[in-house]
Design a protein around this ligand. Structure first.
Ligand code: NAD
Length: 285
């Protein structure tokens, strides 16, 4: 059973790994969602993937019996976002794509509506420059899958307004997420630490020091990493990971963030991880 309705109306832009996960989380809390993607095929597939995520959440006891899910609409344009109380942008990790989406959607929204980017690494203030009202722009780095990971990294940009932070806090409470607010920087906290570490793990395999499973087992059993860095890469999506490493490398100059050849090879072959059926491991679809 859900709590009382909160009046939240969420628009999610991008129906990829994260857009689907964030939508599943929101409708599992009874909230209405408009899910937008330029790719109609992705949207058609999204409903099936959202149902799948909700089934897993139920099996794991994260979705109580009797939960009434919120209504889900899909669209190939953001025109219907005008009455949203919050918009979460979860498009490809590419500055040009996000710039265009933020510029367009910020002309549709009411002033004061939090315009949230789920970017892994691009500084929020850089993105805010593309929106009509930079004070409305803020970062929330939902982790994958959001219905299992209930802590969310919130990035306050230099121009993010106090009202935006308060409105975001209300939306995150309705989503059952616990925010940890950090300052703006390339990769913030989690991607800045995790993504170069995964790059190193892949480089270790590339250099022949150890195989994929042994690297993951050592990191899991000796160092307490929950899923191992290479299985985590598959869960993130290796294409997305490489995009994020490039963002980090360009903005920090840290050579450890330059994506290693093995990651680049996997992207070239279309071995993007769990979402494509193959990455460091193979998955039955
Ligand atoms: P993805 O590649 O799975 O999906 C991106 C989606 O964006 C695609 O469906 C694509 O069609 C859509 N898209 C592209 N241009 C668009 C536009 N102009 N308008 C609407 N939709 C558009 O990517 P993802 O893994 O879901 O990542 C989304 C964002 O979340 C990225 O910024 C990523 O860095 C971040 N992120 C990802 C993870 C993860 O584990 N995958 C975790 C945290 C944050």
């Amino acid at each position: 059973m859900n709590d009382q309705p909160t009046g939240e109306r969420i628009t999610v832009v991008g129906a990829g790994v994260m857009g689907v996960g964030i939508t599943a989380l929101a409708i599992s809390r009874g909230l209405p969602v408009l899910l937008v993607d330029v790719d109609g095929a992705r949207l058609a597939d999204a409903r099936v993937r959202i149902d799948g995520e909700l089934r897993i959440a139920q099996l794991l006891g994260k979705l109580p019996e009797g939960t009434v899910t919120g209504p889900l609409e899909t669209a190939t344009t953001p025109a219907g976002a005008a009455d949203a109380t919050i918009v979460v942008e979860a498009t490809t990790e590419d500055l040009a794509v996000k710039a265009k989406v933020l510029a367009e959607i910020s002309t549709i929204l009411r002033p004061g509506t939090p315009l949230v980017s789920n970017t892994s690494s691009i500084p929020i203030d850089e993105l805010a420059g593309f929106a009509r009202r930079p004070a409305d722009v803020v970062g929330t780095h939902f982790m994958n899958p959001p219905y299992l990971i209930r802590t969310v990294e919130v990035i306050r940009g230099a121009r993010t307004g106090e009202d935006t932070m308060l409105a975001l806090g209300r939306s995150l409470a309705a989503l059952g997420q616990e925010p940890i607010v950090v300052r703006d920087a390339p990769g913030f906290v989690t991607s800045r630490v995790l993504h170069p570490m995964i790059n190193d793990a892949a480089r270790i395999v590339q250099e022949g020091t150890a195989g994929v499973e042994d690297v993951d087992k050592l990191m899991e059993n000796c160092l307490g990493h929950r899923t191992g860095p290479l299985r985590t890469a598959d869960l993130i999506g290796i294409d997305n990971l490489v995009d994020s490493l490039r963002v980090l490398h360009e903005r920090t100059g840290d050579a450890g963030c330059r994506p290693c050849d093995l990651l680049l090879e996997k992207v070239r072959l279309g071995h993007h991880g769990r979402k494509s059926g193959r990455g460091f491991y193979e998955y039955a679809h």
